[in-house]
Design a protein around this ligand. Structure first.
Ligand SMILES: [Zn+2]
Ligand SMILES: [Zn+2]
Length: 179
């Protein structure tokens, strides 16, 4: 979906976008596809013109599955978040990379040719909401580094003390139930 800036009515333009997993896989790189499986992304909001800038605000809802950072089990992710972006007309002839830099610094995005493409915007907003690390359970025991079994479900006789960091030991200390 593309927004033509000069055609945004004074009362604002309503936006409703629903995307599926195919859309995610088309836009995402291999690493992202390995880590996240998106079932549905929905954005409901409004675009309003403020002079030459456009305020895009609304709510994004993501239904996805990721994997536990320790044991690699699937973990559902249901994310709901407010989105607020300002799109400004791109000035000058800076390259896309330069614009990306500016954008990150200013938390601002740019549009060109009177057009805002909503799909990359939704995609980026969604990525910002993805947690860097996810655990199936804060007490997840992870995988045995020697044989690879899931220590939440099975036990083995391998010793892992050697590679434990002090933090890991502390975490294991808190485990009270035997899963
Ligand atoms: Zn886990
Ligand atoms: Zn083992």
């Amino acid at each position: 979906m593309q927004i033509i800036v000069s055609q945004i009515p004074p009362e604002g333009l309503k936006i409703h976008i629903v995307k599926d997993g195919d859309w995610f896989r088309r836009l995402a790189s291999g690493d992202l596809i390995d880590q996240y499986s998106v079932r549905k992304v929905e954005f409901k909001g409004i675009a309003e013109r403020v002079a030459k800038n456009v305020a895009i605000k609304g709510e994004i809802v993501v239904d996805a599955v990721t994997q536990c950072s320790r044991c690699l089990d699937s973990v559902p992710m249901n994310i709901e978040s407010e989105v607020m972006n300002i799109a400004a007309p791109a000035a000058g002839t800076s390259t896309w990379a330069e614009k990306e830099l500016e954008r990150e610094e200013l938390d601002l995005l740019y549009y060109e040719n009177d057009t805002i493409d909503m799909e990359p915007l939704i995609f980026e907003q969604m990525l910002l909401l993805f947690p860097i690390k996810t655990l199936c359970d804060e007490n997840c025991r992870g995988l045995c580094p020697v044989c690879g079994i899931n220590l939440n479900r099975e036990t083995c006789n391998h010793k892992v003390e050697d590679i434990k960091s002090p933090l890991e030991v502390l975490k294991n200390f808190k485990i009270t139930k035997n899963k």
